[in-house]
Design a protein. Sequence first.
Length: 127
Amino acid sequence: MRRIAVEAHGQLARITLTHPPLNVIDFQMMDELLAALQQLEQRKELDEVNLKLALETNENSLRSKQREKAKMTINSPSDGVVTAVIARVGDLIDLGRVTARPPLAVAVGQRPDMTLLQAVRDGLRRL
């Protein structure tokens, strides 16, 4: 017959003496208290292991999501302004497919070829 009751809630544990009016600490009760404390320590160790496993699982999931995001990111080899978008979010694209066109670059001090600029403008209107 147990003369103590143990309640554990997270980091808090409550030990209650359940044998009134003989709530006298004797050798038998000390053995029960020792067993209860060992049980609480084992529970704490198991909780720590479970939390470490959950943390590792979440960290692996985060790394996996970061790798997926890295695969979806397209880095441009140069700075510029996008003038036409050919692919949208969710579109499947092949390697080497043009997904955006940069504006026509014109050297400073030169007069641009108007026919070329008109052709570019007309091409962009068709997109």
